[in-house]
Design a binder for this molecule. Structure first.
Ligand SMILES: *[C@@H]1O[C@H](CO)[C@@H](O)[C@H](O)[C@H]1NC(C)=O
Ligand SMILES: *[C@@H]1O[C@H](CO)[C@@H](O)[C@H](O)[C@H]1NC(C)=O
Ligand SMILES: *[C@@H]1O[C@H](CO)[C@@H](O)[C@H](O)[C@H]1NC(C)=O
Ligand SMILES: *[C@@H]1O[C@H](CO)[C@@H](O)[C@H](O)[C@H]1NC(C)=O
Ligand SMILES: *[C@@H]1O[C@H](CO)[C@@H](O)[C@H](O)[C@H]1NC(C)=O
Length: 432
């Protein structure tokens, strides 16, 4: 039975024309940024589009590589003292330097710099007017040389959302990052001019988005093609991907995020790998790294061999093809003059507490040529630092949530099975 007050409210509302009860725009529940896939470098890579400066009443948009391991954000810019005297060269992004006297400089150098024995020792450099800048080391995640870059005070802008559509407001994130010369981006896909750090380092990007009441949670949903746009959210949600009417959070299972000494990256514990009900013997509770840079899941040789042996057994009915490096197990996708859509059994990662991350065909089989698809797992050799590294191809069209507040990792498995995808955020501005 309706409560009397509800009844009165309903009667009153029914008398008012709809326009009149329109509410003011609801406040945002998240920040968001579009994600893209790039295939014009040696390996597929994924970028986030953010806004780096506001000039002439317009935002400058830049694509940054997503790196969930990097301790610090860095991009193509130059540091300049006296920012406001109009001395920034054309088509260049200028930011203010952190001085070598400031605590951020010591802090980043001591703890939050890229660690590598091959990096040269950092030096203080004195620029004009006697100011001293702060050089820090960074490792290029694509081709790995170490370089020295200058720590700066940066501002990035992200748009706001109610989880369904963009809202009019944007958010300015103040952050320390580093300026690197354009030459460091030569091995990057075209139009990628930076690396946005999403690690747990206090100098990574999520820290600069910390804005109560938003929770310290970010999520990644990688698109599977270069022509579609995926989505990154920061905040507790809800998150909607059309035509689904329910919050994507309803599709998630959770497992603890593990810390690993000497790394700001994210790890989960994998207890076993199951293919068609048969469990593959792996050392229990194997520390598994999540990587947005490794293109494919990489397994230590002993684990790789067992996975491939089992996978070959359950795919016996498929026509084999010569393998194409770096993959070891490939199938023909062309038979009797027609293209076959392969369907293979799931590869299930059984995590701590028995939760299962199911890697289904879209994330296990990579179509390499018209005629050949390969199991998108790589043999990482005997001496891998972590026995399992889950790579970015396995993230495509999966919704992944990194809850930094509760140290939890949420995963949806393939959204395609829920009749949606990472390309289904509605980028049309909401009416509020
Ligand atoms: C942010 O929103 C503005 C419109 O308010 C739009 O012009 C801009 O492209 C958006 N930027 C990103 C990175 O989505
Ligand atoms: C850089 O300068 C600061 C401040 O003068 C000093 O504390 C620091 O030791 C210097 N570092 C190096 C590597 O020279
Ligand atoms: C698995 O390993 C992690 C760290 O290596 C540890 O924190 C966790 O308690 C372990 N879980 C189980 C179920 O053994
Ligand atoms: C190709 O055609 C032959 C004869 O019709 C059939 O036996 C075979 O199963 C077909 N192969 C595939 C992969 O469809
Ligand atoms: C996207 O959002 C706009 C504005 O709310 C709405 O008009 C449109 O129908 C939505 N499109 C889809 C595919 O849901």
């Amino acid at each position: 039975m309706l409560h009397l007050l509800q009844l009165i409210t309903l009667m009153v509302l029914s008398l008012i024309p709809h326009e009149a009860i329109a509410q003011p725009p609801p406040p945002y529940t998240s920040f968001f940024a579009p994600l893209h896939k790039h295939i014009d470098a040696a390996n597929p890579l994924y970028s986030v589009q953010i806004m780096t400066a506001y000039t002439n009443m317009q935002f400058m948009h830049s694509n940054f590589l997503i790196d969930i391991d990097a301790p610090l954000t860095w991009h193509d810019c130059i540091v300049q003292w006296n920012m406001y005297q109009g001395s920034c060269p054309d088509n260049t992004l200028c930011t203010s330097p952190v001085s070598c006297d400031e605590y951020q400089c010591t802090d980043v150098r001591a703890s939050y710099s890229y660690k590598n024995p091959y990096c040269p020792k950092v030096k203080n450099t004195t620029t004009f007017e006697g100011y001293c800048t702060c050089s820090v080391n960074l490792m290029n995640p694509i081709n790995e040389p170490c370089s020295q870059v200058l720590l700066n005070y940066d501002t990035f802008f992200v748009n706001t959302s109610n989880g369904r559509n963009p809202l009019p407001g944007f958010y300015a994130a103040f952050s320390n990052a580093a300026c690197a010369p354009s030459s460091l981006f030569e091995s990057f896909p075209e139009n990628l001019m930076g690396v946005l750090a999403f690690s747990s380092s206090p100098y990574a990007f999520p820290v600069s988005l910390d804005q109560p009441p938003l929770k310290r949670i970010f999520s990644l949903c990688f698109p599977s093609t270069t022509s579609t746009t995926g989505i990154l959210f920061y905040g507790n949600g809800p998150y909607y991907l059309f035509p689904q009417k329910v919050d994507v959070k309803n599709f998630l299972s959770y497992t603890p995020l593990l810390k690993h000494l000497d790394s700001f990256g994210y790890f989960i514990g994998v207890n076993s790998i199951v293919i068609k009900t048969r469990s593959i013997d792996i050392p229990g509770n194997t520390t598994t790294k999540l990587s947005t840079i490794e293109p494919y899941t990489t397994l230590r040789t002993d684990i790789y061999n067992r996975v491939v042996r089992r996978f070959s057994m359950v795919t016996k009915r498929l026509a084999p093809a010569n393998s194409i490096a770096p993959f070891g197990l490939c199938f023909s996708t062309f038979a009797n003059g027609t293209k076959i859509n392969l369907r293979v059994p799931d590869i299930e990662l059984v995590l701590q507490d028995g939760k299962k991350w199911a890697i289904s065909t879209a994330n296990s089989m990579l179509q390499i040529t018209q005629d050949v698809a390969c199991l998108a797992f790589i043999d990482g050799g005997d001496a891998m630092e972590y026995p399992i590294v889950i790579g970015a191809f396995q993230f495509e069209d999966n919704f992944l949530l990194f809850d930094l507040e509760n140290s939890n990792f949420g995963f949806s498995s393939s959204l395609l099975l829920k009749k949606t995808s990472c390309a289904n955020f509605n980028f049309t501005m909401g009416s509020g």
